[in-house]
Design a protein around this ligand. Sequence first.
Ligand code: GLC
Length: 445
Amino acid sequence: MNKKLRDNCFIRDMERSFDLSVPEMNRIMKDFGREMKKGLAGKNGSLKMLPAYVGRATGNEKGKFIALDLGGTNFRVLELELKGGGNFGAPKVMKFTIDKKHTAGRGEDLFDFIARCIKAFINEEHLNKEAGMKLGFTFSFPMDQKALAKGLLIRWTKGFSASGVKGKDVVGLLRKSLVKEGLGSLLVSALANDTVGTLVACSYREPICDVGIIIGTGTNACYLEKISEIKKLKGFSGLKGNMIINTEWGNFNRLKLTKYDAALDRASRNRGEQILEKMVSGMYLGEIVRLIIEDMAYLRNIDKGIIAPFRERGSFKTEYMSEIEGDTSPGLSIVKRVLKRAGADVSSAEDRNLLKKICAMVSRRGARLSASALAAVICKMDRALSRKHTVAMDGSLYEKHPAFAKNMKRALREIFGSKASRINIKLTKDGSGTGAAIIAAIAGS
Ligand code: GLC
C-alpha cells in the first residue's frame, strides 16, 4: 500500500473510533443519569455527587474577603470586595507556582507553603491580619464535605499526590499551617470546589445560573439539586430548597475507550480513575494525540518527521492542539512553526495535515463527551428542558481552544434539537476566586 493510501485508511479508522454518534451520546446521557442517582443515594458508582452545603448567591452579599484558589500548579491568593447588587471591585491577586516538591511531597509542607504565600500577600497588600478577616478556600479536588468549612480529601487528582492529606479535613490542615505562620486570627469560613465557586460567582449576577463547569487541566461540573433528591443527606436540616452538588464528573467511566485511552490510563498515576477527565481535559488530550502519532509513525515505519520531538510522555502539550487546529493558513505554516519550536525542523505538508486531523478528532470527542454529560445534568434538573438554564463555564481548554466550545454547542443541538437554545453557556472567568469570597460571605450571613 502506498503511503497516502495507508494514511487515509489510518485516519478513517481513527475517525470511526473517535466519533461519538448521537445514539452513543444518548447512551452516555442515560448511563450518566443513572450514575448520578446512585451517587445521590450514597451507593457505589463512578459519580460521587458531593453535597457542597451551599446554594446560589442572592447578589446582595457584601464585604471584603480573602479567597484562596488551589487546584493546579498555581496557587492564588485574592482580596475581593463584594459590593452587593451583583457588583464587586477589582480584586487584588497574587499568584504562586507550586512545584513538585509540594504537589508530590508531604501534605504538611504543601499547607505550610500555602500559609507562607498568604502571609506574603498580606504583607504585600498591607492587610490587617488581626482583623479576623474571613477567608474562602477553593480546593479543587474531590472532598467529602461535612459542613461549609469542613471537607475531607477523598483522593488527589490532576497529578497531585502529597502524602498525609487523604481522609483529612483540609480546612483543619490549613488552619494548623496558618497558626504556625502567626495567622491564627484569619477565619477560614468556607470551602468550595472550583465548579461550585464558578456557579456561585455567576449566580451573583445571573440568578438563573444552575450549572458550573470547568474544562481546563481537569474537568468537572456541579449543579443545583433539590435537597429532597439528595437521599444520602438524610436528617440534614440546615438548608431548605436547593443545594449545589459537585458531581466530580471527571471520574465517570461508562465509556468506550480506544487503545490510546487505555494506554494513557495504564501509564497514569491514578489508573482506572478519572476516565472521563482523561478523555476530555487539558492535562491529557495532548498525550492522546502523542500516542496516536507514535502509533502512526510505527505503522508508517518512519522515525523522523513529526514524531521525533514527541517520544517522551507528556511532550505533546494540549496547548499545541489549539494552535494547530486554529491554523487555516495555506500549507499550515502555524503548524510548521509549532513543530519547529518543538524540535521537528522538517515536516511535510502531508504530515501537518494529518496532525491537524488527529488533533481535531481528539478535541471534538472531548467536546461531545462534555456535551453528553452536561445534557444529563440538565435533564436531571429539568427532564423536558422546559426552562432556560445558564451554565457558568471556566477553564483554559474551553476558553482558548478554537473549536471546543463550538463543537460542544453543536453536540447539544444534536441532542436537544431547537430546545438547545435554552441552554446558555456563559464564560465565567475566575469564578473560583470570586465564588470563594461570595461563599465566605454567605457563611457569615
Ligand atoms: C478534577 C478535580 C475536581 C475539579 C476539576 C477541575 O477533576 O477532581 O474537583 O473540579 O479537576 O479543576
